[in-house]
Each structure stands twice: as structure tokens, then as C-alpha cells.
Ligand binder design. Structure first.
Ligand code: PEP
Ligand code: MN
Length: 340
């Protein structure tokens, strides 16, 4: 439910309305508006006597939000959410370009690719330390050692770190060492994990589950936000279809749909959609042209020998080319690539 206060309502009037809502056992949040105060209400609003609320002279309108996602809803927060990570802003004018290997493989490897990605114009370093692999016999990640190596790479380059958390067991370590916690496609509906990361304030990159609808994806964002963490970034990474030629199908329409439904930033990961490196530049360009707030791209100095996802990893030179092309495309959307 959204309560729009009258233009001349004072902060005392807002407080009184908030108190009444709290007394009804609901959770009100104030939504900053340029011209007037708006209060968003979550919880079972059926318990609220809407006629009584409307009768309050300091209130101008009471609107029901019919969608089940409330805090993530654009109507709750008409302006785009911008998320500050170190000196970068996700969802602002500049794109967030997250590049790096699928897995952290070693100190020399992660530091050299981090330096190279910074040189190419990326403003975030991605790297998996805990890997959700389809086979239990595949490399599972360097785990906590991987987080330590990512920290070293950050110290060398200043690039904020994006890395995937798979289990609530390591939340404290991730909050300490990682700047953006990635929740992978396979964990998009791990509700206990979502609730736990919702108790932190660390920005969360929430990947779309490979067969998740838009609404399911937004409800997962709602799980995180309803626990108190508003810093959610959506990531479209391809969905499963009947096609076997590509790993997944990059759903470009997810970008404008999410822009309409939610105020949260959305980035596009063409690498996991593609499964093959030759498809990645097209997906990256399409993502920027569609109005995404950034990209996540897997890169590796020697893709053939990467420990995971080598087939879809771009070489640094291939990544340079993508950066060159999206520099042009970003302008069409009124955006800019990161400052070098
Ligand atoms: C990854 O980013 O390496 C990854 C496993 O992504 P996804 O969850 O999208 O498959
Ligand atoms: Mn990967």
C-alpha cells in the first residue's frame, strides 16, 4: 500500500500516520519524493481500515500495490536506485563493468587479470571463490583462499570485488572481503540464504534463476529487501529454453521489463547466457543498447586452460574490443563507460 501525504503535510503529520500504521502491526517506510511525502506499507495491509486511513485530512491518496513485490516495486520508489560501491555508483550514468575469470585460480593469475581488466576499462573485478558446479568432480573453487587472493587483487588495482556466496556459513567472511555479494542463478530461490544476506547492508548481485519468471526474480529481491538490505542489483544471465546450440538464451527484454517494474539496477551477463565466447560481444552490445546499467563478462588470459567456463571466456584483447564498441553504444543510451 502506498500512502501519499498532502503537499502541506508536516513531518509531524507523517510521523502520526507512521505511528498509526505501526500500531496496526505493519511496517511503514518513508519514500523520498521531490514534492511530497509518500509512505510505503508492507505486511498484511488487509488489517488496515482503508476508509479510516483515507479520512485522515493530512493524507491525499491511498493506493494499493497489486503486485506481490512491494519494496522492489517501481511505484514504491519512482526514482532509479543507485548503489554506491567504494567510489563507483551502480545504476548511475556510468556503466558498471564487472570483468574477470569465472574462478580465482591463483595469486599471479588473479592479480594479472585484474590489472589487465582495469587497463581495459572495467570498474569491478569478478572472480568465483566458491563455485556452483554441475558435477561434484569439477573444480569447486579455492574457497576462503580465493577470497584472500581477490583482496590482494583489490589492493593492487583498487577494483571492488564481486564474488558468489553459496552458503550462509560464510556470510561474515563475504561481508568483510567482498564488495558485491553475488547470488548465483542456482540459489536465486534459496530463501534462507536470501533472508540471511538481507540482514547485511552489502550490495547483492541477484542473478536470475535459469527458469525463473520476472515475478519470481523480483520476489527473491523482495526477500532480501524485506530483511532490511535495499542494495539489490539484478543480473540477467540467460534462461533455459528448448535450444541446445547455446547454453542459455539471453533475455534482452528482461532489461526494459525490469526498468518498468522495479527501481533496482539491472546488469547483463552475456557470458553465462552464451556458453561460447564468440556470442559474448553480441550479447554485451545488446545489453548496453537495451539500457542495462552494466555488464558482467568472464575473461581469462588463457581461456583454453581456464579451470572453469573457459569456452565462454573472452581474452583480454577480445574484451578490449567489446569495451571499444560499448563506448559508442553507451552514448546512444545517454550513458558512459567507466572512467579509466
Ligand atoms: C558465475 O558467475 O560464474 C556463475 C556460476 O553464474 P550463474 O549463477 O549465472 O550460472
Ligand atoms: Mn562462470
Amino acid at each position: 500500500m502506498i500512502i501519499v501525504m498532502r503537499r502541506n503535510a508536516t513531518s509531524q503529520n507523517v510521523k502520526e500516520v507512521m505511528d498509526k500504521i505501526k500500531a496496526a502491526g505493519l511496517s511503514p517506510v518513508t519514500i523520498e519524493g521531490a514534492e511530497r511525502n509518500v509512505i510505503g506499507v508492507t505486511g498484511n495491509t488487509a488489517s488496515l481500515d482503508i476508509r479510516k486511513v483515507r479520512a485522515d485530512k493530512t493524507i491525499s491518496a491511498v493506493l494499493r500495490v497489486s503486485e506481490p513485490y512491494k519494496l522492489a516495486n517501481r511505484s514504491f520508489h519512482p526514482d532509479n536506485t543507485q548503489i554506491q560501491v567504494d567510489d563507483q555508483i551502480i545504476g548511475g550514468e556510468r556503466l558498471a563493468i564487472m570483468a574477470g575469470p569465472c574462478s580465482v585460480e591463483g595469486e599471479e593469475e588473479i592479480i594479472s587479470i585484474a590489472k589487465r581488466m582495469k587497463l581495459a576499462g572495467a570498474n569491478f573485478l569478478r572472480g568465483g571463490a566458491f563455485k556452483p558446479r554441475t558435477s561434484p568432480y569439477s573444480f569447486q573453487g579455492l574457497e576462503l583462499e580465493g577470497l584472500r587472493l581477490l583482496q590482494l587483487a583489490k589492493r593492487e588495482t583498487g577494483l571492488p570485488i564481486v564474488s558468489e556466496l553459496m552458503s550462509a556459513e560464510y556470510i561474515d567472511e563475504f561481508v568483510e572481503d567482498v564488495d558485491v555479494i553475488q547470488i548465483g542463478a542456482r540459489n536465486m530461490q534459496n530463501f534462507d540464504l536470501l533472508k540471511e544476506i538481507g540482514k547485511t547492508k552489502t550490495p547483492i548481485l541477484l542473478k536470475r534463476g535459469m527458469s525463473a519468471t520476472y515475478q519470481e526474480w523480483l520476489m527473491s529481491a523482495e526477500y532480501i529487501m524485506s530483511e532490511g538490505n535495499p542494495n539489490v542489483i539484478l543480473c540477467e544471465r540467460g534462461i533455459r529454453t528448448f535450444e541446445t546450440e547455446t547454453r542459455n538464451a539471453l533475455d534482452i527484454q528482461a532489461v526494459p521489463v525490469m526498468k518498468k517494474k522495479t527501481h533496482l539496477p539491472i546488469i547483463v551477463d552475456p557470458s553465462h547466457a552464451a556458453g561460447q565466447a564468440y556470442l559474448v560481444p553480441a550479447g554485451a552490445k545488446a545489453g548496453v543498447a537495451a539500457g542495462a546499467d552494466g555488464l558482467m563478462i568472464e575473461t581469462h588470459a588463457d581461456p583454453e586452460n581456464a579451470w572453469s567456463d573457459g569456452e565462454q571466456s573472452l581474452t583480454p584483447d577480445e574484451f578490449d574490443k567489446v569495451m571499444e564498441q560499448i563506448t559508442v553504444l553507451a552514448k546512444v543510451e545517454g550513458r558512459m563507460v567507466p572512467e579509466k
